[in-house]
Design a protein around this ligand. Structure first.
Ligand SMILES: Nc1ncnc2c1ncn2[C@@H]1O[C@H](COP(=O)(O)OP(=O)(O)OP(=O)(O)O)[C@@H](O)[C@H]1O
Ligand SMILES: [Mg+2]
Length: 459
């Protein structure tokens, strides 16, 4: 390596941590280098632990923050210049200065008194470096501008993420999320949503679990069952408050889960759907049917899943008696135009990150107008039209969902959205299409957790 001349302060980069520009103080009194970090948390398997931490690369500007993760090399007792000793995590990373780079050891410390982001100790100052203690910035200048432009995203390295899947089930979808994530070097923790507890009235919103505060996650993948939607979305909101990236937000899950609310959202965005009506009073049965049109009609329990509460009424009389029966049970329901030409088939479009990544046609069992796989339906991959694709995308976007299963009926007047599912299962669609849907979900997560450029403060 060419010899380098350092003053008491130099611009350096730590590219493997996504920190392309930092000012470092040369500290020949210390052996190991130190990086000022926040929220230092250990994660991953005990045999191969990793550490996740946040760095404010620009002194005095806490809005510029880069999240880093690295394997832990060691834990070491370090005595700092003020004489206090502290047990610190040691990581190994690459130091880059003036086009040269070499590996260094860095300890992580969260000392509020530490004014420099970084101290370079003797171990990092190799033989080819000479130091003049009375001068500074003898090496090429770097700029903090990188953190204020898209360059910060390009500089972001591939790093191990800490991800929580909110799920109570040990099923195909949850298992695939764990397997695929771990194969990519991430740590995926499955959290039972109902075992999360939290204090809402604190200054620092936190989520607790099994007697401990849950750590900071890079991403939350909600897979919350319909029966616990209000509690599950409250847990997600808590994560949203602390700024954690959630693949699906609480508001979108809540709105899409409520059939009435969902239909209103779709209608407000002028997204095609079967004509739908609902009422609460028994006096309105006749008018309700009139609003939707003539029989045959579909009557649907609002809390229906897996096709269980979906009834086809062939005549007006049949529709009236189904409605009266549901009312007698105090059940909430809606009345919907029957899209006959769909002929027991619907199209499931899987939307990830604003793209339809897979679609399948589900065909109901012989003689059933319902195409639910749980009712003996079968699935086959299908080519969808541009109009169907646009409809699915707009439906997912209407609820702000990063991942969604959009169910469409093929009607004479174009695609009609039946439902937007915020926790689509992956088994049916991965098996029908042979696509690595979960892998695509991780592509989105990896892209989304990269640091965002922060707008520069004036003055
Ligand atoms: N208006 C309609 N016209 C024609 N077929 C319909 C209509 N509504 C539903 N179906 C058929 O019945 C199936 C089940 O309906 P839907 O998806 O609305 O209820 P669900 O599956 O019980 O509830 P969820 O999908 O919310 O879990 C659909 O997949 C579709 O094949
Ligand atoms: Mg359905």
């Amino acid at each position: 390596m060419d010899s380098l001349h350092f003053g008491w302060e130099e611009w350096i980069g730590l590219p493997e941590l996504g920190l392309p520009a930092l000012k470092a103080k040369i500290d020949t009194g210390a052996r190991t280098s130190a990086l000022h970090a926040h929220d230092i948390e250990v994660f991953g398997p005990a045999a191969k632990p990793k550490v996740r931490f946040n760095v404010y690369p620009v002194a005095g500007q806490t809005q510029v923050q880069v999240t880093c993760s690295a394997p832990i090399k060691d834990r070491r007792e370090v005595t700092s210049s003020n004489g206090e000793s502290e047990l610190r995590y040691v990581i190994e990373t690459t130091l880059s200065v003036a086009g040269q780079s070499w590996p260094i050891e860095v300890t992580l410390t969260d000392r509020s008194g530490m004014t420099s982001r970084m101290l370079l100790g003797r171990q990092a100052l190799q033989d080819h470096i000479s130091i003049t203690a009375t001068e500074k910035r003898l090496q090429p200048d770097l700029s903090y501008d990188v953190y204020h432009s898209a360059a910060v995203r390009r500089a972001a390295p591939k790093r191990a993420l800490r991800i929580a899947v909110l799920s109570r089930e040990d099923n195909y979808s949850t298992n695939r999320l764990v397997e695929v994530g771990e194969a990519r070097g991430h740590t995926v923790e499955v959290i039972d949503t109902t075992r999360c507890y939290m204090a809402i009235n604190t200054m620092a919103p936190e989520v607790h679990y099994d007697g401990k505060r849950l750590p900071r996650y890079d991403a939350i993948v909600p897979r919350i069952g319909a029966s616990i939607t209000p509690y599950g979305t409250a847990v997600i909101r808590q994560f949203e408050t602390i700024g954690t990236y959630c693949v699906n937000g609480s508001a979108g899950i809540t709105a899409s889960r409520d059939k009435l609310h969902a239909h209103q959202v779709l209608a407000s965005k002028r997204i095609g759907m079967p004509t739908t009506a609902f009422a609460a009073s028994p006096k309105d049965t006749g008018n309700l049917i009139g609003l939707v049109g003539a029989a045959p009609l579909i009557v649907k329990l609002l809390e229906s899943t897996q096709g269980k509460g979906v009834v086809l009424a062939e005549t007006k009389k049949a529709a009236e008696s189904v409605i009266d029966a549901f009312r007698g049970l105090r059940a909430n329901f809606l009345v919907q135009q029957f899209v006959k030409e769909a002929a027991g088939e619907d199209i499931r479009c899987l939307v990830i990150d604003g793209k339809v990544v897979a679609s399948m046609k589900r065909t109901g069992a012989e003689g059933d107008f319902r195409s639910n796989l749980h009712r003996g339906g079968s699935a086959k991959t299908v080519r969808i039209t541009k109009e169907e694709r646009d409809t699915a995308l707009r439906a997912a976007r209407a609820f702000g969902l990063g991942k969604a299963g959009v169910d469409l009926l093929r009607s004479e007047t174009g695609p009609k959205v039946l439902e937007v599912n915020s926790s689509p299962g992956f088994e049916g669609i991965e098996k029908a299409t042979g696509k690595d849907i979960v892998g695509m979900l991780y592509d989105m997560i990896e892209a989304r957790v990269k640091p965002q450029p922060v707008r520069k403060r004036k003055g």
